[in-house]
Design a binder for this molecule. Structure first.
Ligand SMILES: C[S@@+](CC[C@H](N)C(=O)[O-])C[C@H]1O[C@@H](n2cnc3c(N)ncnc32)[C@H](O)[C@@H]1O
Length: 178
């Protein structure tokens, strides 16, 4: 339950920061139970929710019944089941810390974004010495490293910010496809 609530708050922050509108196609990588996709669809956007977990996608489908603007696709950040230059917005909310190959994921994000398309990644702030679940997120250094990898992948204007999703302190990284 806490997981769903935290996801809704992060999704609300993402929608506000990327100013999603009805003219957007949002690709929500690691969409989990579909909080981000639901909020983007409420703003009128077309949404593709991607996740490697069939059980997460089953929950996402169940809670978004009747929302034709959302397509669910099984896949990973490293091999996005999304056509080239088709997304105006990519979200990676509380998922990058799971990716096996962040460079490959960013290269896929560069491929699927239209020129001018924007990436937003959000991760919980964690302490450098955290272990177990408490380490699921980013230290400030990891957020900076992700921003640098965005530039290596060909994205521009990569910026790290500290923000809040409800009571949770998070790092956000924005970047744009030139
Ligand atoms: C903590 S959940 C976050 C879910 C959702 N974004 C939210 O904020 O509520 C992390 C999600 O990342 C997914 N995931 C794990 N490895 C992944 C990968 N390589 N590419 C994309 N998603 C992945 C998991 O299946 C899980 O649904």
């Amino acid at each position: 339950m806490l997981f769903l609530l935290a996801g809704r708050r992060t999704a609300g922050l993402a929608a506000a920061l990327t100013e999603v509108t009805a003219s957007d196609h949002v690709v929500d990588i690691g969409c989990g139970p579909g909080n981000g996709a639901r909020i983007a669809a409420q703003r009128g956007a077309r949404v593709t929710g991607v996740d490697p977990s069939r059980s997460m996608l089953r929950v996402a489908r169940a809670v978004t019944r009747g929302r034709p603007a959302i397509t669910w696709a099984e896949g990973t950040a490293e091999a996005l089941p999304v056509p080239d230059a088709s997304a105006t917005v990519v979200w990676a909310l509380a998922t990058v810390h799971h990716w096996r190959d962040v460079g490959a994921g960013l290269s896929e994000i560069h491929r699927v974004l239209v020129p001018g398309g924007r990436l937003l990644a959000v991760e919980r702030q964690v302490a450098p010495d955290a272990t177990g679940f408490a380490s699921h997120g980013w230290t400030g250094q990891q957020a900076e490293t992700f921003a640098a990898l965005c530039v290596t992948a060909g994205l521009a204007d990569a910026k790290v910010n500290a923000d809040r999703a409800g009571r949770r302190e998070v790092w956000t990284v924005h970047a744009v496809r030139p």
